[in-house]
Design a protein around this ligand. Structure first.
Ligand SMILES: Cc1cc2nc3c(=O)[nH]c(=O)nc-3n(C[C@H](O)[C@H](O)[C@H](O)COP(=O)(O)O)c2cc1C
Length: 160
């Protein structure tokens, strides 16, 4: 059964990681978009950061994918305030994963993904998902080429 990669990305780093995963595992790739796209700038930190630390969702466009066709689902998010982005919260809150294997992953500016992974794991479990792995990729001052290399390394154990 094909794996599924669902992600949200504001500045392209989580998108890059998601594309690498989808290509390496021949997985279906689905981008979550906010109904009202954010403009880059300080307000993203203020409003986006606040929404993230208070575990809020945001309005997202519907996605067209049958989760029943996918046993393994990778869920990718940027780290916002040590938590998932609001668009990913919305996707998780809305979805019943029905015991599927979920592998959350983050991209992040810093080095510490523990808090974000614990937060998203609890949310996935509340939506009946089984967390079967996780990883995080640092994006700040790391070239796209290096991000690609680190992603391939991180997903080795999920192929085959
Ligand atoms: C609102 C906001 C909050 C952020 N908070 C964190 C944080 O708490 N920890 C961290 O390591 N990086 C943080 N970052 C950096 C992003 O996680 C990082 O740049 C990420 O790779 C961006 O992914 P994207 O390009 O897919 O949007 C934050 C970025 C934004 C915009």
């Amino acid at each position: 059964m094909k794996a599924l990669v669902v992600y949200y990305s504001l500045t392209g780093k989580t998108k890059l990681v998601s594309q690498v995963i989808a290509e390496a595992l021949n997985a279906t790739l689905v981008e979550i978009k906010e109904a009202k796209p954010r403009k880059l700038g300080p307000l993203v930190y203020l409003f986006g950061g606040f929404a993230a630390i208070t575990n809020r969702g945001s309005k997202i466009n519907p996605i067209n994918v049958d989760l029943k066709q996918h046993e393994t689902i990778f869920i990718g998010s940027p780290t916002w305030g040590s938590r998932p982005a609001p668009a990913i919260n919305s996707f998780i809150y809305k979805t019943n994963f029905e015991g599927r294997s979920i592998i959350p992953f983050f991209t992040m500016g810093g080095d510490n993904s523990e808090k974000a992974l614990a937060n998203i794991t609890a949310k996935i479990e509340r939506s009946q998902g089984k967390v079967a792995g996780s990883f995080a990729i640092k994006s700040y001052e790391v070239s796209d080429e290096e991000i690609i290399v680190r992603t391939k390394e991180a997903i080795k154990k999920y192929s085959g």
